[in-house]
Design a protein around this ligand. Structure first.
Ligand code: DGJ
Length: 766
C-alpha cells in the first residue's frame, strides 16, 4: 500500500513500512523503515531534536534543530551539515562539489519505469514511487525509485545532468538512517569457502562489506544483514540488504552519536569516476531491502519469497529443477563420446534427468591452458560433434546440458590468434593471468555479438536444455570500467537467455564467485561452490540460505574421499546435504560399488518424491553449532528435517529434533538408510556370528554388496511437541549394536519426513 499526502510518503507491505517526510528544508527525513506500522504513526515516529546539540552546524541559521547530521535522513549528501557517509560524490572542475539536492516532487507511477542502461531489475512490482530532487542551481536531478513488493522494497537512484560537465565518483543505490545498534552479518570467504557468515558490531567506526574483484565475489557476497543485538534465528529485528548486481559492490554501516545507523549500499565507489556531460545520466542497480521482527529466519523467508517471486526468470520460478549428472569431477577434460554416453546411460538408470557435459569439449581444450574463446568442437573427443552427443543423450530420455565459459580467453586459442585486441590488457603493463586466461572485453559490441551468436547457435543446434555458464578469473578493470563490463555481460545474457526462457541457466564462477541477484535475474540457480564436501557444504549452503532459496543453490554428490578436503564421508551425508538444494551428482559412476548404486537410486527416488518441499518449500535454520546442524523445509503437503553431525563425541546424550509446523497431529519418520559394512572394521565381530578379518576378502566383498540397515525412527505427536522438541533414537554409545540405535559415526545424518495425520473430521490428509 502506498499513500502520498502532504509531502509524506507512506509505504507498507507484509514485511515492512517506510515513511519519508519532506522537511522544512526540502530534505527527505526517514521517519521509519522497519516493522509494519500505521499511516497515522508518521507524527509519533518523527524525531524531535528541538534545541539540537552544542557544536552542530545549522542548515538554517536560527533553527537549532536543523543540523542535518543529527537527523534520520534518506539519501543525504555531505557538505551541508551532514558529516556522515555520503551516498553521492561529485567533482566539478576537479574539486568536490556539493549540489544541495532539495525536494522537487514525488509520485506513484502508473507503470514502473524500468532500466535505462540494461541493468536487471526485480520484476512486477506492486507499485513504484519516484521522488525527484534537484540541485540548488537546478542543473542536476536525482531520481529515487522505490519499488514495492510483498515482502521487500527495492531502491535505485538515477542522476541526470542538465548543466556543465560533472564527474560522478559515487552514486549509491540507497542510503538510510535507522535508529539502534546492530550487528552486521556478511557472507564470504573465497574459493571453496563461500558464504561463511561473519559478524561485526556496528558502532561509530564504519563497517564495510565490499568487492573490488570486478565481480560480486566469493570473498564477500553482496548480501548483508543488520540485526538488533541478541537476535536469534527466531527472534530479533533483522534487516536484509542485497544488491541486484554482479559487479563491485559496497554496503557499509556506521552508527552516529545520536544512535542512528546509516546504511549505504551500491556500486563500490573505490576508483569509480564517470564524467556526465550535459544530457547524460547514470543509473544505479537496485538494492532489495527487507525486515523481520522474527529473527534471521523471518528475514530469510521474506527474501526467499522476494527472490522467487520477482528475481528468478518467471519460467523457472516455480518449475521443478532436473536432477543433473555433471561430468566435471568424474571425468575432467578426459572423455570421449563413448565414455560420456556410457556415463549418461548409468546416470539415467540411477534416475538422473539431465546429463551435463562440463569443460573440455572445444578447441584444444585438454587442460586449462588452451581453447577458451573457441567454439569449434574437439573432434578427437567428439567426432560426431555436440549435436550427435546430445542426440544420443536425449535418446536415453535425458535432457542435455553443456558448459560454456564465454567471458574467458586463452592466449593459446584460435580466437586470440585472430583477435588479440578482444582480450583485456592493461595499457603499458604485462598481462596478468588467472587460471591461464584473460577476460574478453565485453564492452566491445563485436565481442558481445561473437558470444551471443556462438552460444545461441550451439544451444539451438544441439537442442540444449541446460547451460552451465562459468567464469574463472577476477577482473583487472576498476571503477566505472568494471561496471561497463557488467552491463556488457547483462546484455549478452539477456540476448541469449531471455529469448530462450526454457533453457535452464546455471551460473557459476569457480563455484560461488558470482552468486548474486544480478545473475539470478537471468538463470534461476548457481553452482554454489567447487567444494562439494558435505561437511563444508553445511556452512556454505547455510550461509547462502540467509538470502537465497534452496532452488538457487546447486548442490552435487561427489566422490569420497573428497577432492578438496581428502575427507571421507558416507554417501548418505553427501546426499542428505545436497538434497536441501538442487540435487545433482558428479562422481565417476564407473567407480561406484553395487551398494552405492542401490543407495543412490533410493536417494533419487526419495528426492523426486519430496522435490517440491526440498526445492521450493520454505526454509528454516533450526540448529547450528559446532556439532550439529538441523534444517527444515516445509511445503503445503509436508515438512522435512535434515539432521547433520560433524564430529561425534563418546557417550552422546539424548538428541532432540524440533520443527515448526501448523497446529495438528503429525507422523515423523526417518528416511531408511543403510551403512557400509566395511566401515565398521574389527567391530563387525559384534554383529556377525563368526569373526572375519576386517581387511580380508569376505569383508571386502560384503562391503561392496551388502549394507547394514540403520535404525529407522518413527513417532506420532502434536505440533506442540514438535515445536518443543522430541527425542530420537540414540546414537551409538559404545556398548553394543542394536537396530534401535543409529550406528552413525562422524558425519552421520538423517532426513525426517513429517506429515500431518489424517484429520478425522475432514477425512483427508493435509
Ligand atoms: C570451475 C567450476 O566451478 C567447475 O564446476 C568446473 O566447471 C570447472 N570450472 C571447469 O573448468
Amino acid at each position: 500500500m502506498v499513500t502520498i499526502k502532504e509531502n509524506t510518503l507512506f509505504v507498507t507491505n507484509e514485511a515492512l513500512s517506510l515513511i519519508i517526510k519532506v522537511n522544512a528544508y526540502g530534505r527527505l527525513e526517514l521517519v521509519h523503515l522497519g516493522r509494519p506500522v500505521d499511516e497515522g504513526d508518521a507524527q509519533s515516529l518523527t524525531v524531535q531534536p528541538a534545541l539540537g546539540w552544542g557544536n552542530s552546524v545549522l542548515y538554517e541559521e536560527g533553527d537549532t534543530a536543523s543540523c542535518l547530521e543529527r537527523l534520520p535522513l534518506f539519501y543525504s549528501e555531505q557538505g551541508r551539515s551532514d558529516y556522515r557517509e555520503s551516498p553521492i560524490e561529485l567533482l566539478k572542475d576537479g574539486k568536490p562539489f556539493t549540489a544541495d539536492f532539495k525536494f522537487f516532487g514525488m509520485e506513484e507511477l502508473e507503470r514502473a519505469e524500468k532500466s535505462l542502461s540494461g541493468l536487471p531489475f526485480a520484476q512486477d512490482p506492486l507499485s513504484e514511487i519516484k521522488i525527484t530532487m534537484k540541485s540548488v542551481a537546478g542543473e542536476l536531478t536525482l531520481y529515487h525509485y522505490i519499488s514495492v513488493f510483498e515482502t521487500a522494497l527495492c531502491f535505485r537512484t538515477v542522476l541526470e545532468n542538465g548543466g556543465d560537465a560533472v564527474t560522478l565518483t559515487k552514486l549509491a543505490s540507497c542510503s538510510v538512517d535507522v535508529p539502534g545498534t546492530y550487528n552486521m552479518d556478511t557472507f564470504g570467504g573465497g574459493w571453496i569457502a563461500e558464504a561463511h557468515r561473519s559478524t561485526a558490531l556496528v558502532e561509530q567506526a564504519r563497517v564495510v562489506n565490499e568487492s573490488a574483484y570486478g565481480f560480486s565475489s566469493a570473498v564477500r557476497n553482496p548480501a548483508v544483514m543488520l540485526s538488533s543485538l541478541g537476535s536469534t534465528e527466531e527472534s530479533g529485528n533483522v534487516y536484509g540488504f542485497n544488491l541486484i548486481y554482479s559487479g563491485n559492490h559496497c554496503t557499509s554501516a556506521q552508527r552516529s552519536p545520536q544512535g542512528l545507523t546509516r546504511v549505504v549500499s551500491g556500486i563500490n565507489p573505490d576508483s569509480f569516476s564517470k564524467v556526465l556531460e550535459n544530457g547524460d545520466f547514470f543509473e544505479t542497480p537496485e538494492v532489495a531491502v527487507t525486515f523481520s521482527a522474527d529473527g534471521f529466519n523471518g528475514m530469510s523467508r521474506n527474501m526467499h519469497r522476494f527472490v522467487l517471486g520477482h528475481i528468478v526468470p518467471r519460467y523457472w520460478a516455480d518449475r521443478s529443477r532436473p536432477i543433473v549428472y555433471n561430468s566435471w569431477e568424474g571425468s575432467g577434460f578426459d572423455f570421449t563420446e563413448g565414455k560420456l554416453v556410457s556415463l549418461a546411460r548409468k546416470a539415467q538408470v540411477l534416475g538422473c534427468e539431465t546429463f551435463v557435459l562440463d569443460d573440455g569439449w572445444f578447441g584444444a581444450r585438454n587442460d586449462d591452458h588452451a581453447g577458451l574463446g573457441d567454439y569449434n568442437v574437439n573432434r578427437k573427443k567428439l567426432p560426431g560433434g555436440i549435436k550427435r552427443l546430445s542426440e544420443k543423450v536425449r535418446a536415453l530420455g535425458l535432457g542435455f546440458g553443456l558448459w560454456f565459459e564465454p567471458e574467458g580467453i586463452n592466449p593459446d586459442s584460435d580466437l586470440y590468434r585472430k583477435h588479440p585486441e578482444w582480450a583485456m590488457h592493461q595499457e603499458g603493463l604485462k598481462d596478468i593471468y588467472g587460471r591461464n586466461q584473460l577476460l574478453l572485453d565485453l564492452r566491445i559490441p563485436e565481442v558481445r555479438d561473437y558470444i551471443v551468436e556462438n552460444v545461441g547457435r550451439i544451444i539451438d543446434e544441439a537442442e540444449i536444455s541446460f547451460v552451465k555458464w562459468d567464469m574463472n578469473r577476477q577482473s583487472s578493470l576498476r571503477g566505472a570500467e568494471a561496471h561497463e563490463y557488467i552491463l556488457g555481460l547483462y546484455e549478452v545474457l539477456g540476448r541469449i537467455f531471455k529469448v530462450r526462457p526454457h533453457v535452464l541457466l546455471e551460473s557459476c564462477s569457480s563455484g560461488g564467485n558470482r552468486f548474486d541477484l544480478g545473475m539470478f535475474c537471468f538463470g534461476p540457480q548457481a553452482w554454489a561452490s567447487d567444494d562439494t564436501d558435505p561437511v563444508e557444504r553445511l556452512d556454505i549452503q547455510q550461509g547462502f540460505s540467509y538470502f537465497y532459496p534452496q532452488s538457487c543453490i546447486s548442490a552435487h554428490v561427489s566422490a569420497s574421499p573428497h577432492a578438496q578436503t581428502l575427507r571421507s564421508t558416507p554417501v548418505n551425508m553427501r546426499f542428505n546435504v545436497s538434497a536441501f538444494g538442487v540435487l545433482g551428482y558428479e562422481l565417476n559412476l564407473n567407480y561406484i560399488v553395487p551398494t552405492e548404486d542401490k543407495a543412490i537410486k533410493e536417494q533419487i527416488e526419495f528426492y523426486k518424491a519430496h522435490r517440491r518441499a526440498l526445492q521450493f518449500g520454505s526454509f528454516r535454520r533450526i540448529k547450528s553449532d559446532e556439532g550439529t546442524v538441523i534444517w527444515q523445509v516445509s511445503s503445503e503437503k509436508e515438512h522435512l528435517l535434515g539432521l547433520f553431525h560433524r564430529l561425534i563425541h563418546a557417550a552422546p546424550g539424548y538428541e532432540y529434533i524440533k520443527a515448526f509446523v501448523p497446529e495438528g497431529t503429525y507422523t515423523v519418520k526417518s528416511r531408511v538408510q543403510t551403512l557400509r559394512v566395511g566401515s565398521f572394521g574389527p567391530l563387525l565381530k559384534h554383529v556377525t556370528p563368526v569373526e572375519f578379518n576386517p581387511n580380508g576378502r569376505v569383508v571386502d566383498i560384503a562391503d561392496k554388496n551388502y549394507r547394514m540397515e540403520d535404525a529407522v525412527f518413527t513417532a506420532e505427536c502434536s505440533s506442540k511437541a514438535l515445536e518443543s522438541g522430541i527425542p530420537i533414537m540414540n546414537l551409538f554409545t559404545g556398548t553394543g549394536y542394536s537396530d534401535k540405535i543409529r550406528a552413525q559415526k562422524d558425519f552421520g545424518s538423517n532426513v525426517f519426513v513429517i506429515k500431518r495425520k489424517k484429520d478425522k473430521q475432514e477425512g483427508k490428509e493435509e
